[in-house]
Design a protein around this ligand. Structure first.
Ligand code: COA
Length: 338
């Protein structure tokens, strides 16, 4: 209820990011380590992708554990007690279990007992899909705040004998806390999401779902490991991320000259370079950490956002473009005034 004399809030409320966090497993797997197990070389991986090493979770470290660690760090920065969180959305394609949602495990692990918790599955675009859902949920006043997380244990779904895919992926998690922006501070200015289900076959995990279950007595004809038509995915990634970027910037009422930092999905340095060139943007103002972590799918933009923030690459008032692309096919962008 509105206090006498005070003004009723106008919905939708602007929404800002109050805190970010990330978590990477300790174990580092270098390109040289991979040379020992598949027919590849550090030179090939570095020149074709920009990736030098990736992190690999312990066997007993699940997606929810990494998600929870990232979440705790984001909540600490936002100065919000887990018990006060209203909504948790985890973006992942590598859930602990098919059901319940990984967000439910996170709710227990961090003690956010009053929250509503569920997952979204939009592959590498998942964190930005979660951000857009949460922005509207908080902006409409349905939830006071939201914890959004991108988390993946891709090492559990990679065929470690397939050099076409195993060199590309890694594990990790990133998180952000969304709250109403009531004091004129920063806010999420715009978002742009897209999906092309006609291209679903280009990048998928064919086994393990209802189309090819691993139930007793049923012989899966397809494995539950990542399958990808790399060259085709590459072309779609460049086109979709360029368009998502320009559409997101236009929806914010800005031009590319207004953008201070781009945080792109961290899949391949050549994809990022192609986009930056097409946008006519300075490479110096693009945040890149894929050399250290490889492609962590839904976690990638979230981890990069947290690292950029903690390294002081984002200052109050800066306009930041987040942009991603992934299986589905899906793509997404968000423009944030910090
Ligand atoms: N080490 C050495 N050689 C490898 C290799 C590896 N790890 N992986 C593939 N090769 C070989 C291929 O077998 C092929 O050999 P051939 O010419 O004898 O057939 C050769 O390298 C070139 O393969 P190609 O697929 O044309 O390479 P590319 O330049 O397209 O790079 C990717 C491959 C996967 C790095 C690139 O296509 C890519 O990044 N695609 C997008 C992937 C992606 O980002 N997916 C996630 C989206 S969110």
């Amino acid at each position: 209820m509105t206090e006498p004399g005070s003004t009723a809030p106008t919905y939708p409320l602007p929404v800002r990011i109050a805190g970010t966090g990330s978590y990477l497993p300790e174990k580092v797997m270098t390109n040289h380590d991979l040379e020992l197990t598949v027919d590849t070389s550090d030179e090939w991986i570095t020149s074709r992708t920009g990736i030098r090493e990736r992190r690999i979770a312990r066997e007993d470290e699940f997606t929810s554990h990494m998600a929870s660690e990232a979440a705790k760090r984001a909540l600490e920065q936002a100065k919000i007690d887990p018990a006060d969180i209203d909504l948790i959305v985890v973006a992942t394609i590598t859930p602990d279990t098919l059901t319940p949602a990984t967000a439910c495990y996170v709710q227990q692990q961090i003690g956010a007992f009053k929250s509503v918790a569920f997952d979204v599955s939009a592959a590498c675009s998942g964190f930005l899909y979660a951000m857009e859902l949460a922005r509207h949920a908080v902006g409409a006043g349905a939830f006071r705040n939201a914890l959004i997380i991108g988390a993946e244990k891709l090492s559990a779904f990679v065929d470690w004998n397939d050099r076409n895919t195993c060199v590309l992926f890694g594990d990790g998690a990133g998180a952000a806390v969304l709250v109403p922006s009531t004091n004129g501070g920063g806010r999420i200015l715009s978002s742009c999401l897209g999906t092309d289900g006609a291209q679903a076959e280009l990048l998928n995990i064919p086994g393990g779902g209802s189309a090819c279950p691993s139930t007793p007595g049923c012989t899966p004809t397809k494995t539950a490991t990542l399958a990808m038509q790399g060259r085709e995915v590459f072309k779609h990634a460049v086109n979709a991320m360029r368009k998502a970027s320009t559409d997101g910037i236009a929806a914010a009422g800005l031009t590319i000259q207004d953008i201070d930092l781009i945080i792109p999905h961290q899949a391949n340095l050549r994809i990022i370079d192609a986009i930056v060139e097409r946008l006519d943007f300075s490479r110096e103002n693009v945040f890149i950490n894929l050399d250290k972590y490889g492609n962590t799918s839904a976690a990638a933009v979230a981890i990069a956002l947290d690292e950029a923030h903690r390294q002081g690459r984002i200052k109050p008032g800066d306009k930041v473009l987040l942009v991603a692309f992934g299986a589905g096919l899906t793509w997404a962008s968000a423009v944030i005034e910090w």
